[in-house]
Design a protein around this ligand. Sequence first.
Ligand code: PEP
Ligand code: MG
Length: 755
Amino acid sequence: MLDILRRIIQEVNAAPDLQKALDIIVQRVRVNVGVDVASVYLLDDEHNQYVLMATEGFRKDAIGKVRIDKGKGLIGMVADREEPVNLDDAPSHPQYLFIVETGEQPYHGFLGVPIIQYRKVLGVLVVRQREYRKFGEEEEAFLVTLAAQLAGAITHAGASGEISRLLEDRDEVSVTLRGLPGAPGLAIGQAMVVYPPQNLDVIPDRKAADIEAEVECFYEAVAAVRDDLRDYSNRLSGSLPAEDLALFDALLLMLDSDSLVGKTVERIREGNWAPGALRQTIADHVQVFETMEDAYLRERASDIRDLGRRIVTHIQSDRPAHRPVYSSTVLVGKEISAGQLAEVPTEHLAGIVSTSGSSSSHVAILAQALGIPAVMGVEDLPVARLEGQTLIADGYRGEVFVRPSELLLDEFLRLQAEETELTRGLKEMADQPSVTPDGVHVPLYLNTGLVFSDIELSMHSESDGVGLYRTEIPFLIREQFPGEEEQLRIYRKALEAFAPRPVTLRTLDVGGDKVLSYFPVKEDNPFLGWRGIRISLDHPEIFLTQLRAMLRASVGLDNLTILLPMVSTVTEIDIAMTFISQAMGELIEEGMEVHRPPIGVMIEVPSAVYQVAAMAQRVDFFSIGTNDLTQYLLAVDRNNTRVAGLYQTLHPAVLRAIRQVVDAAHQLGKPVSVCGEMAGDPTAVLALLGLGVDSLSMSVSSLPRVKWVIRSFARAEARDLLDQVWAMEDPRAIRTFYNSVLVQGGLGRLVRPGN
Ligand code: PEP
Ligand code: MG
C-alpha cells in the first residue's frame, strides 16, 4: 500500500496543473481501492459549495456542474465533521442527497474523507460501491493518508499550476502569492532568479542571447562531463566491483543518447538558454523513471539528476561570474545566500523574495540590516518562470504580486511614495533624543553584521551605538574562518565608525540555520544542537582568536562590549570568562593596552530566563534575543512557514518571560536590552516599554519608527497598558490591542503604510 501511495503522490506532484492532478487521483484510487466510483469535490469558497472536480465512474459531463451546498448531503457531512464517514448503505442515511446529474444509481457503499490543509477543509475524497459494502479499516486508513498528503499537493498544484499557466499568458494577469513578512517595506522591480548551481529544479527559463553559442557551450559541457565520468571509472576500476562500475557506462550511454542531448539542443534552438533547456529535459526523464514499477529503475532518477547537475556545473564555470542586474532588482530564489545578496549592488537591490525561511532567517536579517523589503516562505513561488517578470514584494504583509496590473502598480507606487514621505518625516526626528514624554531615556542601538562602509553614515548618527553585531555574518560570507588580523580589521571598522558610542560584538553564533560552508555540521535537530557558545567553548582556538581580535580592535577606543550567545547554563559563562581573561592576559603580555570590556549574556534559551540572578553575579548586562527565546519557549521553529502562525512574540508566555528577566536583573542592578526583531516592531515596543526594558537594538530601518513610539508614549502609560494585557490570553488579541493604541495615538501609519 505504501508503495502505491508513494507513486500516486509522485504522479500528482508532477502533474502540470490541478485538473490533471485530480484526474490522476480518482483514476488511481478507483483501481487501487477496487470501487465503482472515485470522486473529488473541492470547496468553492465564493459560493460556499462543494464542486465535483474529478470523477471516475460517474458521468464526466457532471464535472464542474454538480454543486453541493456546504452542510448538505453526505459530502457536506464529511466536511463539517472533519472526519471520515463510512456507510454500508448510504441511501438509508437521513442526510443522503440523490443527485441526478452524476448518473448516480443508488450506490450503497460510501466512504468519504475530508481533504484538510492547515485546518481548512479543501474538499472531500469519496469512493462508492454499487453493492452494500462497509469499507475496512485498511481502506479507510489508505484514503485518510492519501487525503492528508493530497491536501498539500492540491494546494501546491492549485497554486503553482494555475500561476504557471497565468504566467504563460500574454495578458497582464496579476497573481498574488502569500508568504511571511521578512523585512519591512515595499519593493517594486524585476525578478532576478538566483539558484544554487547544484539544484536543477530552480534553474529559471531564460531567453538565449546567442543560440549557437549556447548550443556550443552545452556540447562542451557534455564533453567535459563525459571526460570526467571516464576518469572516475578508470580511477575506481581497481576498487569497485564491475556491477557498480557499470553505472558509469550507463551514464555515459545516457550522455550519448539523443533523448538527452538531442532534446536539450532542440530546446535551446527553440530559444531557451542551455541550463533552462537541460532542466526541462532532465525533469522529463526523471518523471519517467520515478513512475516506474521497478524499484531499481526508480532509483535511476537520482542518477539522471546527478548527470544534469554535472553538466550545469560545467556550463556555469564557463559563464561570467557576474550577471547584469536590473536597475530595480528583486532577488528571487529558493534559498538566497548572503553571497548572492552581496552580488547585487545595494542601489539596485529593491527587494528579496524567498520560497523558504521567515523574518528571522539569515537572509531576512541581512535584508533588515540593509533596509531592503523581503518576503519569505512563499512556498508556491514558480521560481523558474519568474526571471525578468515585474514583481511587487510587500514586506509588511508578506505578499508578492507577480505581473501586477496597472491599477495595482499605481496603488503600490502611491504607497511607496507615502512611505518615503513617512521616512522623510521621521528623519526630522533624527537629532532628537529617544526619550519618552515622561523623561525616560531608552537608548536605541543598531543590529548589524556588515562591514561599515555598507551603511549610510547618516544612519550611524541616529543610533546610540551597536547593540548587536552578529559576527557570524563576516564568517558566513567567507570561504574559511577569518584569521585574527582579518577579524581585527572588520571589528575595528565597526568600533571606529561608532566611537565613542558602544559597539556590542557578539561572539560567533553559528549552528542552527547558520551553517558555515567550510565547517559543515549535520544534525537532526540543529536548533537544539551544537550552536553559539557551545561551539566556541568546544573550539578554544576559534574562540580565542575571535576574542583577541575583538579586544585588540578596542585598543585606544574602549567602546567594545562583548555578548555571549545561546548560553543555557552559568558554567558556560564561567568558562567563557576564563577564555576572555586568557586572551586579555596574552595581549597585555604582548604589550597592548587592553581593558576589560563590559560583558553580557543573551537570554534566548528558557533555562537562562530562570538563572538571571546567578548570571547577574557574573556579567554586566543582559540582552534578550527574542527571536530564539520565542522559538524555544513556544516550541515553534522560527524558520518553518507551516507553524509561522504560532510564532508570536506577543504571546503571554514570552511577555511573562521578559518580565521575569527584567525584574531579576534589575534587582541586582543589571540593565536589560532586547535585541531580537521584537525590538524593531513598533507594536511590540509598546509592550517592551511597559515591561521596563532599558534599551532596544534593531535593524537600521526600524530605528526611526521605534523612536517615534518612544517619543509618543510615556513609560507610565505603557505600564498601564500592560496591566490590561496581563488579562489577555490570545497573542493576536494583544497585538490588535497595541495596534489600536498606536492608531489612537496617531501612529497608525506604523502599523501599515497607507492606514
Ligand atoms: C535572537 O535570537 O533574538 C537574536 C537576536 O539572535 P539571532 O537572531 O542572531 O539568533
Ligand atoms: Mg539568537
